[in-house]
Write a protein that binds this ligand. Structure first.
Ligand code: ADP
Ligand code: GLC
Length: 491
């Protein structure tokens, strides 16, 4: 696994949960999983990390060598090994997607370094993986290296799987990045890594990997169209036979209300008393009125355009003025959204609250203590927050897009069937109406609301089936790589 984030070491969003949980699950199935990631400043004093040997890793970039100190440690809670790459100039800063200089433009070099270092590390360890599993644009150059500079070397035999967690971020950098990387000039063409006169790392990864996965079947379809493909839809159509959508699972050792140390009291589907205790604690933590009877809606999200939370901002006043509800927002990101939520909190004290920041313990408390989760995403490759919420008996209200379609079953009024509420139009009105529907269900059809909770808690969101599918994808990728060598078809 090569990735920019992994739980529990460093997390910006769900990609980190997936790399951590999938690696764990694969190890439990007997695979030898090793994860390569940068050693960010936040990992400086990380427990259990020991230097790998006395000499640094030599990273072979274009015309020059760079060095990384490699630290080795087990992935906590698993047999997977993590290799942390220490490099003061590239990684020793507080941000994942921005270098120590604070300049995002450095990302071209930083993540080229990650891709190249992961390959050189395998030689350094004398350990050749069957498959290199790459995650998102920061790892996009790795399959390009394996198909070009590595093609006649041992690592060139490794198959690659590229997982697309989010098509919106692709990693555009100046053409000179290929010289820095030491990639041949011939890669700078539109059927490789060139796009609009620059390099596009994600495009390179998609073009050159043996197989491609994305994180839900619906998103796999969406990205082949102009809406979801973010400009790469034609390439994805071209590679459609090698593309599969595999829904993410959740790590139930971390997310399970029956064993969650972050809650005041644990609970199960047969006794929700602990959930009521979480609601009371959540109200205190957010400064909401202590009131068990009002439905409490929560948001746990990065505050970015993708998440559609401007719909909540626009519907906010009307919601608070016409419905007997409470809202607790946990998130950080876009300053305009942050201040819009703070302003709503100022206008409706005790009823609307916003905690601006990243706090894993509060995220668990929100999943447990709320009565509904709001997730009006414009697009959502998979989404994990809605699965955590369902597991905690908190029906989600989601826009019908991507993985939200594949994981949330629409409530059927009058029967109690379903696990949540879906709406189609990305408009404040549609969102408002759906929240109204949920609110009416809570007050007027409590038995059906309870049935929705029970359905979500009983659903299977474990990694089991998805890990099975990844095993098949790896086998499929290895076969394709071998066949390409036999037929000498590798480009
Ligand atoms: P994305 O990866 O697009 O952000 P996901 O739903 O897949 O969306 O994953 C989001 C993950 O990040 C979840 O584990 C969620 O609990 C967590 N998360 C998001 N915002 C925060 C926050 N402010 N504090 C703590 N956890 C957060
Ligand atoms: C991305 C997507 C999210 C997905 C996560 C893990 O961050 O935005 O939908 O759940 O990756 O795959």
């Amino acid at each position: 696994m090569v990735a920019p984030e992994v739980v529990p070491l460093v997390k910006v969003g769900g990609l980190a949960d997936v790399v951590g949980a999938l690696s764990k699950s694969l190890c439990e199935r007997g695979h030898d999983v090793r994860i390569v990631l940068p050693k960010y400043a936040s990992l400086r004093g990380v427990e259990d990390a020991v230097p790998l040997g006395s000499s640094p890793l030599i990273v072979n970039l274009g015309g020059h060598e760079a060095y990384a100190q490699v630290w080795e440690m087990p992935l906590p809670g698993s047999k997977a090994k993590c290799y942390l790459l220490e490099h003061n100039f590239y990684f020793d800063g507080p941000e994942v997607y921005c270098g120590p200089t604070g300049n995002e433009a450095d990302n071209g070099q930083r993540f080229t370094f990650l891709a190249r270092a992961a390959i050189d590390l395998c030689y350094h360890l004398d350990w050749m993986p069957g498959v290199v599993h790459c995650h998102d644009w920061p790892t996009g150059l790795l399959p390009v290296y394996l198909n070009t500079t590595e093609i006649d070397r041992p690592m060139g035999r490794a198959a690659t799987v590229m997982t697309l967690h989010n098509m919106q971020h692709q990693g555009y950098f100046p053409r000179e990045t290929i010289h820095f990387a030491g990639l041949p000039e011939s890669t700078f063409r539109s059927d490789s890594i060139e796009a609009f006169g620059q390099i596009n790392m994600l495009k390179g990864g998609i073009y050159h990997s043996s197989k491609i996965t994305t994180v839900s079947p619906t998103y796999a379809q969406e990205i082949q169209g102009s809406g979801g493909g973010c400009g790469l839809q034609h390439l994805l159509q071209y590679r459609a036979a090698d593309l599969i959508g595999v829904i993410n699972g959740i790590d139930e050792t971390e997310w399970d209300p029956a064993h969650d140390p972050h809650l005041p009291r644990t609970y199960t589907a047969s006794d929700l008393t602990g959930k009521a205790a979480s609601k009371a604690a959540l109200q205190v933590a957010f400064g909401l009125n202590s009131d068990a009877s009002k439905p409490l809606f929560t948001v746990v999200s990065r505050l970015v355009d993708q998440k559609g939370l401007d719909l909540l901002v626009h519907a906010g006043d009307r919601l608070m003025q016409t419905m007997e509800i409470q809202v607790a927002v946990l998130g950080t990101g876009d300053p305009a959204l942050e201040s819009a939520f703070k302003a709503l909190a100022d206008r409706y004290p005790g009823r609307f609250a916003a905690y601006i920041g990243f706090d894993n313990q509060l995220a668990h408390l929100c999943a447990a203590g709320a009565d509904f989760l709001l997730m009006p995403s414009r697009f959502e490759p998979c989404g994990l927050s809605q699965m955590y919420a369902m597991k905690y008996g908190t029906p989600p209200i989601v826009r019908a897009t991507g993985g939200l379609v594949d994981s949330v079953e629409q409530y059927v009024e009058g029967t109690g069937m379903g696990t949540g509420f879906r709406f189609d139009a990305p408009t404040p009105q549609a969102f408002y109406d759906t929240i109204g529907w949920a609110c009416a269900t809570y007050y007027d059809r409590p038995k059906e609301y309870a049935q929705l909770q029970a359905n979500g808690m009983a659903a299977d969101f474990t990694w089991g089936q998805s890990a099975d599918t990844y095993e098949s994808v790896y086998a499929w990728a290895i076969k394709a790589r071998e066949a390409a060598f036999t037929a000498s078809k590798v480009q």
